[in-house]
Design a binder for this molecule. Structure first.
Ligand SMILES: Nc1nc2c(ncn2[C@@H]2O[C@H](COP(=O)(O)OP(=O)(O)OP(=O)(O)O)[C@@H](O)[C@H]2O)c(=O)[nH]1
Ligand SMILES: [Mg+2]
Length: 368
């Protein structure tokens, strides 16, 4: 999973990046022109329990890649500003989800936008810039189709016309100021679009960077923004990036105490970002355990046993025979005793079409 953190200059992107990856990159707008890359390990308390039961050689949590883009990508709408975005647009479109960091904090020490702090305006600005990028992509594609049309055989022309009509429908949606993530498309249409990557098609998490003094109103601020901007593929979270950055430096027990004292939500911005990313992307995890390795494997909800096996290794999908499946809670209750689990019928044998549940512990039998 690959998150792209973006926003206008000095909105707190790098501070947020530090908070969620635990890194210590310099903030204050001296970050350079290239994105910072960080990998965060997805905390999963089930792994620690499996570790106690099975004493494996290694424990491998799921990982999420975070890229912190420079604010200069959006610094203005002049030629240089749009070139800045153009340089990154393919990378942004290839991410799994976008994370906007928008400034709602007021601090004299941090230079303010010319017309003041306004997070809603900034969300609209980011939406607009990315929408324009997708419109550009569609226009170029439509021009190509138009110029190739004459050379096509009648039979091919129908397909090209259908394709162009779909792109035009998307163009109209974008021109109304709507991102593609809110456009319903049929399975057939989505199939037509494989091979394209549109940046406004990516699900979106909006992080509203609020004043330190407002953290006690986090829930109210989030619901206000959710009413305006929330959709099935857009989630909103509010937090004060500087406080979260400090909390990320503390040991977990200490952080819990400080968060309560400061009136912060109990969930760190890291956990919050991970939870939102999993839910926006429709992901959950299965687990594997044994003496070598305990590991969490993120998969899209709806993944079948043979597809899940393919995440571990392509041979396991190709030569899939069956899966032995135990839920994490049953495994925990039986303290990993395979005899107890079998006796009680808690380890089941499932075929390739079995739909994997969150926390299933899988053992794959295969033959290649
Ligand atoms: N008071 C306050 N200051 C913040 C907050 N978040 C970030 N800042 C400050 O704002 C300045 C800019 O923060 P960065 O995280 O570097 O912002 P950025 O979006 O990465 O900036 P660019 O990469 O240059 O676009 C720093 O001085 C931060 O300490 C916040 O929640 N409250
Ligand atoms: Mg930065």
């Amino acid at each position: 999973m690959d998150l792209a953190i973006l926003g206008l200059p000095l909105s707190g992107k790098t501070t947020t990046f530090n908070a969620i990856t635990g890194q210590d990159i310099q903030t204050g707008g001296y970050g350079g022109d290239e994105p910072h890359i960080g990998v965060l390990k997805v905390p999963d308390p089930r792994l620690a329990i499996l570790e106690t039961i099975d004493s494996p050689t290694r424990v491998i949590p799921a990982e999420m890649k975070c890229s912190d883009y420079p604010g200069s990508a959006f610094s203005d709408t002049s030629a240089s500003g749009s070139r800045g975005l153009a340089r990154f647009i393919d990378q942004l479109a290839l991410s799994d989800a976008l994370v906007y960091v928008v400034r709602s904090f007021v601090d004299e020490k941090v230079p303010m936008p010319a017309d003041g702090v306004d997070a809603e305006r900034d969300i609209e600005t980011l939406n607009l810039e990315l929408t324009v990028a997708d419109i550009g992509l569609i226009e170029r594609r439509l021009e190509r189709i138009a110029s190739e049309m004459k050379a096509l055989k009648a039979s091919e022309r129908t397909a090209a016309e259908r394709h162009a009509a779909l792109l035009k429908k998307m163009q109209e949606h974008l021109e109304m100021g709507e991102p593609l993530r809110t456009l319903q498309r049929s399975d057939d249409e989505l199939r037509e679009l494989t091979g394209y990557r549109f940046v406004t098609d990516r699900p979106l998490l909006v992080l509203v960077n609020i004043n330190e003094n407002d953290v006690e109103d986090t829930a109210a601020i989030e619901s206000e923004y959710s009413l305006k901007f929330g959709t099935a593929s857009t989630e909103i979270a509010a937090f004060a990036a500087t406080i979260e950055e400090e909390m990320a430096q503390l040991a977990p027990d200490e952080a819990t105490i400080f968060r309560a004292d400061l009136g912060l939500p109990p969930e760190s911005s890291k956990d919050r970002a991970i939870r939102s990313a999993y839910s926006l992307l429709g992901m959950h995890s299965f687990l594997t355990t044994g003496k070598d390795e305990v590991r969490a494997w993120p998969i899209p909800i709806g993944t079948t046993a043979s597809q899940a096996a393919g995440k571990i290794h392509s041979d396991l999908e190709r030569g899939f025979i069956r899966a032995e499946v135990t839920s994490f809670s049953d495994y925990h209750a039986a303290e990993g005793s395979s005899a107890t689990l079998r006796q009680n019928g808690r380890t089941r044998t499932e075929g390739k079409d079995y739909v994997v549940s969150d926390g299933d512990i899988l053992s794959i039998l295969f033959n290649v």
